[in-house]
Design a protein around this ligand. Structure first.
Ligand code: MV4
Length: 445
């Protein structure tokens, strides 16, 4: 087992990793920018190294600064958390060269899943259902028009270097193809320095359902059931839950088997997520694979009663996975509490938290680095807390969430708590009958 893990991250996830390391008897090293010198991850770690000024590029994204901290502290592994360097294949490769274990999959696996055309080809070979579309990249407009005609409109143009919604364009008919093609190309070139585009049939009003998987270094891959992440705004998830209200046992069996196939196809090592689009007829299609621990991992922890960070560290250290696939026997919902003003287009609202009272009680969990007197810096992601509730049924879970949201007091900045309060009362949300378009016609009152 590792002796000392450096956590190349900040905020609640850095704290989350430190907690598990303490329970496992592993020493921790925090890294921090000058904006985070008073942060809790610095206080609760065994050692802490300042890695630069506030901007992410000069601190949490600076590979030289982080590798220098590894050298100074003699850490034998790096936990990348989510965001920042967590899916950076070059960083994973440098860790390999330095003989420090990157807690996650190999650089090669990250690269394979990061390029969406390669990922899709890999899934086709493995027998995982994918959305009908072009066979690899589309070379020019006439090629694209031909593919689009064959599969039928509407179609969607996607950047192979994209993901998470960036560089996507919907085309409703052939007249609009050229225009959208040029926009997609330019956007992809500007955002990723790679203008490779592919075409897919546009699936209307899909649900976003993802499977948590875990693979060990001995070729065993299991799934830990699904999460429903259909409540999103501009590709930012707002609420996640497990199990999906849309799921049933036979669909879980089929999708779970597909998720395992996806993992086995690349000998996946570590915790990962296989994202699917699911249409109204419960047909499902591979969308992307995330090769990191995700923000919403706690809802899975709550329904299967396992510590996913602990499992992640254990497989990274070479331990064999025990157990088999899991069936959830509880319901869990996570509300992301962001320092944003939901009444003003979710505009960021950084600043000092004057008063902070966290909800408590049975089935209530709050993962946060925030507290009274904490200043939310303007430089990073605006998520300041995750409120996670657990109950026997979805209905009870929503009731508990309403009770907990009512106890959550954050003064001094604007937060998304009022949004969540209205969402929990919304009939469409409560019915469980919604899709990824939910937020397009949700009006905050
Ligand atoms: C799609 C799609 C419909 N059809 N692909 C958005 C993020 C990126 N991972 C892929 N996305 C989508 N791909 C086809 N062929 C609709 C979306 C999509 C979406 C997916 C999941 C959650 C929210 C979404 C919001 C808008 C569009």
């Amino acid at each position: 087992m590792f002796k000392k893990i450096l956590i190349a991250n900040r905020g609640e996830i850095a704290l989350r990793v430190i907690r598990t390391c303490k329970e496992m008897g592993i020493k921790t090293v925090a890294v921090y920018s000058t904006a985070d010198q008073d942060a809790l991850h610095v206080r609760f770690s065994d050692e802490a190294v300042c890695i630069g000024p506030p901007s992410s590029a000069a601190s949490y994204l600076s590979i030289p600064a982080i590798m220098a901290a590894v050298e100074i502290t003699n850490a034998d592994a790096i936990h990348p958390g989510y965001g920042f360097l967590s899916e950076n294949a070059n960083f994973a490769e440098i860790c390999e060269e330095y003989n420090v274990k990157f807690i996650g999959p190999s650089a090669e696996m990250i690269r394979k899943m990061g390029d969406k055309v390669t990922a899709k080809e890999t899934m086709v070979k493995a027998g995982v259902p994918v959305v009908p579309g072009s066979d690899g990249l589309v070379k020019d407009i006439s090629h694209g028009l031909k593919v689009a005609k064959e599969i039928g409109y509407p179609i969607i143009l996607k950047a192979t270097a994209g993901g998470g919604g960036k560089g996507m364009r919907i085309v409703w008919d052939a007249n609009d193809f050229e225009n959208q093609w040029n926009m997609a190309k330019n956007e992809a070139k500007a955002s990723f320095g790679n203008d490779g585009i592919y075409v897919e049939k546009f699936i209307e009003e899909p649900r976003h359902i993802e499977f948590q998987i875990i693979g060990d270094q001995h070729k065993k891959v299991i799934h830990l059931s699904e999460r429903d992440c259909s409540i999103q705004r501009r590709h930012q998830k707002l609420v996640e839950e497990a199990p999906s209200p849309f799921m049933n046992r036979s669909l879980r069996k089929k999708m779970g088997a597909a998720a395992i196939k996806a993992g086995k196809a690349i000998n996946y090592e570590g915790v990962g997520t296989v994202e699917f689009l699911v249409d109204k007829n419960k047909k499902f299609y591979f969308m992307e694979m995330n090769t990191r621990i995700q923000v919403e991992h706690p809802v899975t922890e709550e329904v299967i009663d396992r510590d996913l960070i602990k499992e992640q560290i254990k497989v990274a250290a070479g331990e064999k996975l025990a157990g088999k696939n899991y069936e959830p026997n509880m319901h869990s919902i996570e509300c992301r509490i962001n320092a944003e003003d939901p009444f003003n287009n979710f505009r960021p609202s950084p600043g000092m938290i004057q008063y902070f009272h966290s909800p408590k009680g049975h089935g209530v969990r709050v993962d946060t680095h925030a507290h009274a007197g904490y200043t939310v810096p303007p430089y990073y992601d605006s998520m300041i807390a995750k409120l996670i509730c657990k109950a026997e049924t979805r209905e009870e879970c929503i009731t508990k969430m309403q009770r907990a949201l009512g106890e959550f007091i954050i003064e001094g900045i604007r937060t998304t708590i009022p949004f969540h309060q209205q969402l929990m009362k919304d009939e469409r949300f409560r019915s469980g009958n919604f899709d990824t378009g939910f937020m397009n016609n949700f009006e905050l009152k």
